[in-house]
Design a protein around this ligand. Structure first.
Ligand SMILES: Nc1ncnc2c1ncn2[C@@H]1O[C@H](COP(=O)(O)OP(=O)(O)OP(=O)(O)O)[C@@H](O)[C@H]1O
Ligand SMILES: [Mg+2]
Length: 328
């Protein structure tokens, strides 16, 4: 196992009072690999990341980050990692450039080196035009980028990104995606937790799914999708107001866990199609006799969302206020 720049986690356990947050988590990540860490709310993702970043200590088990034990040598671990959100120390009164120079100086770079490094990072993160502006005036996406840039003043071996794009608009999210691609190119090991499964799908080399403090599935996105098996049938109504009637017409074809994911925001209904075209034909027959008009009905391969739903019984993102009348 090449662990001197990667991550090795063995039987990690952690409790907070009566809450067993981690109950024996095992995984590893190789240098240059992006490992997606998925799981429903409260699964133990942040606890895992916090242990690896030496912010909290495990009760049992062992973790090596860039070859250093998180309990025996936390200082050595900290010199080799970057954690987003860590830089709440970002100074709003200083410009982006000044923040970078300050971090570089704190990391022991000489004044000239610090300035050079700051300019490099402003270029890499497409922040040159905002370099002279106070960070307090930055948008959410720019803030996220300068935050990550500050963590890269000295190149880390391992990067922890705990929900780096939550709450960002699609354009800013793309900016963070580009940053992650850059980590990969630089041979940096990246642990990425995210609520957006299409993000995990696009960025991760491998994925682990944590639930109730244990790893319940692992593999590439394709392997996980293949394990879910079968395809899905997606029904898109012409009129959103027909959603409850469509759910009712599908009846037994719509299992409770899929039914439970429907919200007032939903614009389509997904049902498992174990019999492929036959399930689709049956759905169409039922919807037809109920007089439902559709924009589209189609078979598709499972998405990571389907995998996640099947494994954990939840959607990755918790739907806002589910209205019971939607699913009648
Ligand atoms: N400092 C703490 N004190 C008490 N309980 C905690 C503490 N930190 C985490 N927990 C509990 O440990 C469990 C795991 O929490 P954790 O934050 O690791 O989950 P998560 O997978 O990151 O969830 P989310 O998707 O909501 O961020 C939860 O039940 C949480 O309430
Ligand atoms: Mg968390």
């Amino acid at each position: 196992m090449n662990s001197d720049r990667g991550v090795v986690v063995e039987r990690l356990e952690k409790s907070f009072g009566a809450v067993q947050a981690l109950r024996g988590v095992d995984f590893s990540a190789e240098p240059g690999e992006v490992l997606g860490v998925l799981g429903p709310n409260g699964a133990g993702k942040t606890t895992t990341v916090d242990i690896l970043a030496t912010l909290i200590r495990p009760d049992h088990g062992r973790a090596l980050v860039a070859g250093h034990d998180v309990v025996a040598d936390p200082a050595a671990v900290r010199r080799r990692i970057m954690l987003t959100g860590q830089h709440a120390a970002l100074d709003d009164m200083l410009s982006g450039y000044e923040n970078l120079v300050m971090f570089a100086r704190l990391m022991g770079l000489r004044k000239r080196e610090a300035r050079i490094r700051a300019h490099e990072l402003l270029g890499e993160f497409d922040l040159e035009r905002a370099a002279g502006r106070r960070v307090g005036t930055y948008s959410g996406g720019m803030r996220r980028r300068i935050d990550i840039a500050c963590g890269l003043v000295v190149r880390p071996d391992v990067v922890f990104l705990d929900e780096p794009t939550t709450g960002l608009d699609p354009r800013s999210r793309q900016g963070v995606w580009d940053v992650v691609a850059g980590f990969k190119k630089a041979g940096i090991t990246t642990l990425l937790t995210t609520q957006y499964l299409e993000e995990a799908d696009a960025l991760s080399d491998r994925i682990i799914v944590i639930d109730h403090g244990v790893v319940i599935a692992r593999g590439t996105a394709d392997e996980l999708k293949a394990r879910t098996g079968g395809s899905y049938c997606e029904v898109v109504p012409l009129e959103l107001k027909d959603m409850p009637a469509i759910a009712a017409a599908l009846d037994s074809l719509l299992p409770p866990e899929n039914r439970a994911t429907l919200t007032t925001e939903s614009d389509r209904i997904t049902i498992p199609a174990p019999d492929g075209a036959r399930t689709l034909a049956e759905a169409l027959r039922r919807l037809d006799s109920a007089g439902m008009e559709l924009v589209d009905i189609a078979l598709r391969r499972p998405s990571l969302d389907d995998v996640f739903l099947q494994l954990t019984g939840h959607l990755a993102t918790t739907p806002e206020a589910v209205q019971p009348e939607v699913v009648s």
